[in-house]
Design a protein around this ligand. Structure first.
Ligand SMILES: [Zn+2]
Length: 357
């Protein structure tokens, strides 16, 4: 199971939510990062390093990219608001309990003050009424009780300070929450605006494209295998669809950039269409990862990628036929069991593979 982290249209960069760098488009050779050792994931490692993404060239793609960026940002802010809310709740309850304790202490101190006053008064009366008798020992009042009283006053003062500090902390947390909430509101309205534009512009563009060109839907160099434009890479059980989800391995909310198909370890993986191997090897959370370039679709690169393989059976630059075995199912990288994570990318950007199959 894996995914690509970011719902952004740009190469999803999981760690930094903000705005993932758009890599310079279709380079013949994707920049090679020093590959990490297969089978191991370091914390610092990019969970799902993304293949290069083409710059959006048309207005519709740019709108879509902006929308996905905004959506991602809003999601991050939602998480931040939830965290800030929790902090406010915690501080509110701490303040309440400290306030309660202070009230109790204040009452105790008041009671003791009264007791002391009464005792002192009695001593004074005693002393004045029996001046002729033995001198009175003043120590019982003077030492223990008074010392305790002083101690009590001190801790009451400390508690008062603690409550004041709690109040300050809570005020700060509240301010933070309000700032984050404001940002979220802004981000949400941006999402709504862009969503509206995406809905209208993109739909119009798709309709226009289909009207303008009859055979635009099936690129000539993509061999038709199954019911869709791409062949099913293997027969198995679909376990996780494309879309936003809580990543089962990294336990964070992100775009699952592909379709998970569970199958027995070692099940052959077949090329979804004829193409050229553009990437093959260890790729962070993707484990053993292969990408095939199938040529252009509607003016954009159509690629398919295959993650978590136990074995890769092709190499960079190799031509593969549709249905050719390119690797074996495994559970390498950020995977919780043997399955194929299958991706379809248009111009490098992941799209839902389902309609393609
Ligand atoms: Zn997956």
């Amino acid at each position: 199971m894996s995914a690509s982290p970011t719902p952004s249209a740009t190469p999803p960069v999981p760690s930094s939510a903000a705005s993932p760098p758009r890599s310079k488009a279709p380079k013949a050779k994707p920049k090679q990062k020093a590959p990490s050792r297969p089978g191991r994931l370091k914390n610092s490692e990019d969970p799902y390093p993304q293949p290069p993404v083409d710059e959006p060239t048309d207005a519709e793609s740019r709108t879509l990219a902006a929308f996905q960026d905004a959506l991602h940002q809003a999601r991050d802010l939602e998480a931040a608001v939830a965290k800030d809310k929790k902090r406010v709740e915690e501080l509110t309850s701490k303040l309440a309990s400290d306030r309660k304790r202070l009230t109790e202490m204040t009452v105790e101190a008041q009671v003791r003050r009264e007791v002391l006053a009464r005792e002192a008064r009695q001593l004074y009366i005693g002393a004045t009424t029996s001046l002729s008798s033995q001198p009175i020992d003043l120590s019982p009042v003077g030492s223990d009780a008074a010392a305790e009283f002083v101690e009590q006053e001190k801790s009451t003062a400390e508690m008062t300070q603690k409550v004041a500090m709690d109040e300050r902390d809570l005020a700060t947390a509240n301010m933070r929450l309000s700032t984050t909430t404001q940002k979220l509101t802004k981000a949400q309205s941006k999402v709504a605006t862009l969503k509206g534009r995406v809905d209208s512009e993109v739909r119009e563009a798709i309709l226009r494209a289909h009207q303008e060109s009859a055979d635009i839907s099936v690129p000539r160099d993509v061999t038709r295998l199954g019911g869709g434009k791409l062949g099913l890479p293997l027969i198995g059980t679909e376990t996780s669809p494309f879309g936003n989800r809580l990543d089962p391995y990294f336990q964070r909310w992100q775009l699952h950039a592909g379709l998970d198909i569970a199958a027995a370890m070692g099940t052959p993986i077949r090329a979804a269409a004829a193409g050229v191997v553009t990437q093959s090897g260890w790729n962070g959370g993707y484990g053993n990862y292969t990408c095939l370039n199938h040529g252009n679709y509607d003016g954009k690169r159509l690629t398919s990628c295959y993650a978590h393989q136990s074995r890769i059976l092709v190499s960079d630059g190799q031509q593969v036929k549709a249905g050719e075995v390119i690797g074996l199912v495994g559970s390498t990288g950020a995977s919780t069991g043997p399955h194929l994570h299958f991706e379809v990318r248009i111009g490098g950007r992941p799209v839902d593979p389902k309609p393609w199959l």
